[in-house]
Design a binder for this molecule. Structure first.
Ligand SMILES: [Zn+2]
Length: 211
């Protein structure tokens, strides 16, 4: 079977299974626990369209989670079905950012590609932050400046309440050769941001705003 779970869907499954385990741990009312479980499962299934029978069978264990150990075992096996973020080569970086001279591909060794929705890295040489993010079936490239200062706020990419910094990108104006600036607050830490993403709608909106 082909991998069929996108990283953001995996994060959603993880978040929802946690709410089931939490309900089990904190409530003695079986009806409450069952209601939480039903809602969590519904949210998970709503994130998938046209599951095959094989895929349904793969997801089946999520119905029987009742403690942390079971959750972790389940997530461990589901993770094998996650479509990893592509390994980014130097050649791909040069193609994605043709004007960025000497920009190096990010170090991929320490990145968990099955938990990566979008890739973000800082380039010391240009003092810029670069991103490769999924949009429909392809990767789009974004670049801009990420302020070094941070504060608690809502991130435009993951919608989480986190330590955020202002990301400013230049975008092409309607008239050729003109530029306008657009700023958004985004998570300071891209790993935190990635983990928070369980739906792509905010990310798509962010890309639309920048591009
Ligand atoms: Zn974020």
């Amino acid at each position: 079977m082909h991998e069929f779970i996108y990283p953001h869907q995996f994060h959603l499954i993880k978040q929802q299974l946690k709410t089931i385990v939490y309900a089990k741990d904190s409530s003695t009312d079986l009806n409450v626990v069952e209601a939480v479980r039903e809602m969590a499962l519904e949210r998970i299934y709503n994130a998938f369209i046209n599951l095959t029978d094989d895929q349904k069978n793969t997801l089946e264990p999520i119905h029987h989670i009742s403690n942390k150990e079971e959750m972790e075992t389940c997530l461990y096996s589901l993770k094998k079905q996650v479509i990893p973020f592509p390994k980014i080569s130097q050649q791909m970086v040069e193609k994605a950012f043709p004007k960025a001279k000497k920009l190096k591909a990010p170090a991929m060794e320490n990145i968990d590609l099955r938990e990566t929705v979008y890739l973000r890295w800082y380039d010391k040489g240009s003092n810029k932050t670069y991103m490769l993010a999924p949009n429909e079936e392809k990767l789009v490239s974004l670049q801009g400046f990420l302020e070094p200062t941070q504060h608690k706020g809502i991130c435009s990419i993951c919608n989480g309440l986190e330590e955020v910094s202002l990301f400013t990108a230049e975008r092409k104006g309607r008239i050729r050769g003109t530029y306008s600036k657009s700023g958004n607050y985004i998570c300071k830490d891209s790993e935190v941001c990635n983990q928070n993403i369980s739906t792509l709608e905010h990310l798509y909106f962010f890309i639309d705003h920048i591009k």
